[in-house]
Design a protein around this ligand. Sequence first.
Ligand SMILES: *[C@@H]1O[C@H](CO)[C@@H](O)[C@H](O)[C@H]1NC(C)=O
Ligand SMILES: [Ca+2]
Ligand SMILES: [Ca+2]
Ligand SMILES: [Ca+2]
Ligand SMILES: [Ca+2]
Length: 677
Amino acid sequence: MLPLAGALLLLLLPPACLASNPRTVYSNHWAVRVPGGPEVAAELAAKYGYLNLGQIGNLENYYHFYHSKTVKRSTLSSRGTHSFLGMDPKVEWVQQQEVKKRVKRHARTDLNLMYFNDPIWSNMWYLHCTDKSSRCRSEMNVMAAWQRGYTGKNVVISILDDGVERNHPDLIQNYDPFASYDVNGEDQDPSPRYDANNENKHGTRCAGEVAAAANNSYCIVGIAYNARIGGIRMLDGDVTDLVEAKSLGIRPDYIDIYSASWGPDDDGKTVDGPGPLARKAFEDGIKKGRKGLGSIFVWASGNGGREGDYCSCDGYTNSIYTISISSTTENGYKPWYLEECSSTLATTYSSGAFYERKIVTTDLRQRCTDDHTGTSVSAPMVAGIIALALEANPLLNWRDVQHLLVKTSRSVHLRAPDWRTNGAGRKVSHLYGFGLVDAEGMVVEAKKWRTVPSQHVCVGASDRRPRFIRADQLIRTTTQTNACADSSGQYVAYLEHVVVRVSISHPRRGDLQIHLVSPSGTKSQLLARRTFDYSNEGFKNWEFMTVHCWGEKAEGEWMLEIHDIPSQLRNPETQGKLKEWTLILYGTSEHPYHPVTVQHSRSRMLDISTTDLEPSKAALFHSQLEFVEEEDEYSGPCHPECGNRGCDGPSEEQCLNCVHYSLGSVKTGRYYDVGSL
Ligand SMILES: *[C@@H]1O[C@H](CO)[C@@H](O)[C@H](O)[C@H]1NC(C)=O
Ligand SMILES: [Ca+2]
Ligand SMILES: [Ca+2]
Ligand SMILES: [Ca+2]
Ligand SMILES: [Ca+2]
């Protein structure tokens, strides 16, 4: 039986839009609809000898099965076991994938022709994941974004670090003195201080990742290789609140993106965040920076994984104003240094175990290194990718950029035990946020992006009823909210960030585990146990943040759970106390992508390839389709060449590819890509 939406689609599609291949070529991939859930899908795959490659994008109940014994490309539809799969009562619908004609947009072969004469280009494995030999199975699609013409032109990035070697042969071309400052030395030149250990190499390594020159026969290719790059030297000296505030506020109308790969000690026992001045610098940056669009602060999520650190105890990465980035290894494994928490937005490749490759980039003393590691790698990579998106659309504000990352990042093959689909249909994990970044997805979406509605902030009433926290007990406390529907013009219908401000006293802070459950049932871990955190200082108005509820409805019942699991080092008789907690909801009163003022009246076929059914792409198709739906209807005359196909403008190029039809409901678009797989 076909699912309803699929049936709708087939009825609506005129024959002219169906595959025009005279011979249908079948692949060894199947799309299968299994309403019983992932376990049932896994069972079925095992039973009939398929490899279950997981849910197709964010399409619930649709799974991607692969059968290696089937001839890879065949003109005969496979029978035998495959018809058994289709007949299983737990399978609602199954379709062997036909190989469709490729179209320009995803012509991967072109990517292989992309040649740079930089000697280390071929070692930049994280940009060559489509190569057959590559272990990174999913692309960050940086080359595809370049192919669309985006290389960071007119975008300015600055690295907040220990200096940048501005005369490095691979940096000098894009180096921008106006994007630079030396806070440590109080001068204009951020050149690092050289010592025997090359202690201050970090900033130079990060700068190359972002904007090393391309095709100059030297070292590597930066992700935004035509962007301008500067350095703010601020880590080589005493770091104070003032130093941080100064650094975060250098030329906010000139610098678009600040990339920071530092924070409080990753020792697993520190709870620390920006002081009053740095906090003010963040707020000023997002309100006034980029002439009011908001500075973009990209932040590494931290390297304290081995020490059991948890990034929600780092107030910089945990801030709503910073874009927190995590790392995965070339094989999609969790790196040893990874810190989990619910404020992480997205992920890039970085180093991992000794047998996994590291990142190549520019190094101190005009050199090149293949030894750059940790989440320090990931923040500049995303800074570079955001630069590509800002080139595609310079009017993106600071929240647009976060929305783009939420929307386009993908879980793909990244291994995490906690991938969950939130109430808005987005897969999210405490290891990886919304997943691996997709540079092409970012530029495509950015190009067509409409600024999201203004940010509302709904501060709930503080719950000051004290509650004891006893060893081995789980306490639950709930709050019912209408999300400020009736007051102050701060109604939050659709969520972005959610913050829980808490004050807790406790004899051993590291014994606490805190979760927040949203009205849609999404459970964010705000704090995990930290073995080394023996502090008796508790939390004083600490703000935990989660992005896991992004896109969900805010109204309803929220639940805070605190679990005290005493370590052996502590007297379990001593107890803690939850003194106060407050829920702060950030978001919009209208749907961020479908404001009510927009007409949804027409859709059309998009010339996107659906050839290989790569699950990672389904989400992208979805978002592209969503956008097209949002186009205002054109009601004027069409060019005669359009025949009966309709058009969205008067010229010949604006003819629609298919006979147009009305969308009965906006939701149809959601299934459109499945139907055409
Ligand atoms: C780099 O330069 C070479 C010539 O040295 C040229 O053939 C190639 O197309 C250039 N690559 C890119 C991506 O521009
Ligand atoms: Ca200097
Ligand atoms: Ca180069
Ligand atoms: Ca940390
Ligand atoms: Ca953040």
